[in-house]
Design a protein around this ligand. Structure first.
Ligand SMILES: *[C@@H]1O[C@H](CO)[C@@H](O)[C@H](O)[C@H]1NC(C)=O
Ligand SMILES: *[C@@H]1O[C@H](CO)[C@@H](O)[C@H](O)[C@H]1NC(C)=O
Ligand SMILES: *[C@@H]1O[C@H](CO)[C@@H](O)[C@H](O)[C@H]1NC(C)=O
Ligand SMILES: *[C@@H]1O[C@H](CO)[C@@H](O)[C@H](O)[C@H]1NC(C)=O
Length: 295
């Protein structure tokens, strides 16, 4: 995904067209907060500018990124994924400290892995620190994400990273808080989304190939919402000094009782893959696997 975004960014950055200026007053327009990197033909908005459509065909994909970087906060957006036969197509929605696959990047990933008609989508999440990832989890969803918009959110503070689907916590990643532990908390991140072809690995391990006769593949976005700290130089910006930042405060350092119930249900029913249980791949499990999501 980063690779695609990078090459598109390098070659295909297109100036914003006047359409984006026609948005309803007050709600803000795409280019207030985002830049895109795709051919004009691959990015469209609804007439009022509030829904965005990214498309993928054999020639190109499409991606966008926030203009601002953030360090800690609540990051949320509604997505509706490519319907029908979308095997091989991946819609990525992620935060990253760089707009490329740099060797020192931090990243928080949600990837939606397309499937053949009628077969379920999976979501894959991952955490990178300083260029290293390998922290994958995969979950089933409890609805068809191609039929309607659903909310996908990330809570990020110095204590935990929580991935939410419709406000249900599906993954909790804790900070062990010792020097150089595997927890991205120093580098501010942009928020990105992109749609790309990953039929070399995504669907059933790459067995299912993208059917280009079904192109273009389109994913839709609306209601971007950030409640967080916009990064400003110099470091250390975004060190919380107020109690106004709920996402940084004690109650956001761990799941609430209601969230724990939801999370227990997810853990019982929806987990397909958890790197912390993959002792074949990791004879010695990464250390953060010993941290409890319940604390
Ligand atoms: C979006 O852009 C507006 C205008 O530049 C800015 O005031 C606002 O803080 C931005 N919002 C976010 C969430 O970055
Ligand atoms: C981050 O990664 C780079 C490149 O792999 C390495 O040179 C550097 O020492 C790492 N930094 C830390 C703090 O681990
Ligand atoms: C991490 O440990 C340091 C030193 O003990 C402490 O000051 C800091 O508040 C801790 N941070 C978190 C996120 O627990
Ligand atoms: C696609 O559907 C198949 C069959 O139900 C399933 O095994 C697989 O996990 C699904 N998702 C992906 C990304 O392969």
């Amino acid at each position: 995904m980063e690779k695609l975004f990078h090459s598109l960014a390098a070659s295909l950055f297109i100036a914003f067209i006047s359409l984006f200026q026609l948005v309803a007053a007050g709600k803000g327009s795409f280019d207030d907060n985002f830049s895109k990197s795709c051919p004009e033909t691959h990015f469209k908005t609804s007439e009022d500018g509030q829904i965005w459509y990214l498309s993928l065909d054999k020639q190109a994909g499409c991606g966008f990124a926030t203009k601002q970087r953030y360090r800690f906060g609540w990051f949320s957006m509604k997505l509706k994924l490519v319907g029908g036969d979308s095997a091989g197509v991946v819609t990525a929605y992620y935060m990253c400290s760089e707009d490329g696959a740099g060797p020192e990047r931090d990243e928080l990933d949600i990837e939606f892995l397309g499937n053949r008609t009628g077969q379920p989508y999976l979501i894959q999440t991952n955490v990178y620190k300083n260029g290293t990832g390998n922290r994958e989890m995969r979950h089933m969803l409890w609805f068809d994400p191609t039929e309607e918009f659903h909310i996908y959110s990330i809570l990020w503070n110095d204590h935990q990273i929580v991935f939410f689907v419709d406000r249900v916590p599906v993954r909790v990643y804790k900070n062990a808080n010792y020097t150089n532990n595997f927890y991205p908390n120093e580098k501010p991140m942009y928020l990105f989304s992109s749609i790309w072809n990953a039929d070399d690995w995504a669907t059933r391990g790459g067995l299912e190939k993208t059917d280009w006769k079904k192109a273009p593949f389109v994913s839709s976005y609306k209601d971007f919402n950030v409640d967080g700290c916009q990064w400003e130089e110099p470091y250390p910006a975004c060190v919380s000094t107020t109690t106004k930042n709920w996402w940084d405060q004690y109650n956001a350092w761990h799941l609430s009782d209601d969230q724990k119930k939801d999370f227990a249900w997810v853990e019982r029913n929806l987990v397909i893959y958890d790197y912390c249980k993959d002792t074949q791949r990791f004879p010695k499990l990464p250390e953060e696997c010993w941290l409890s999501p319940w604390d």
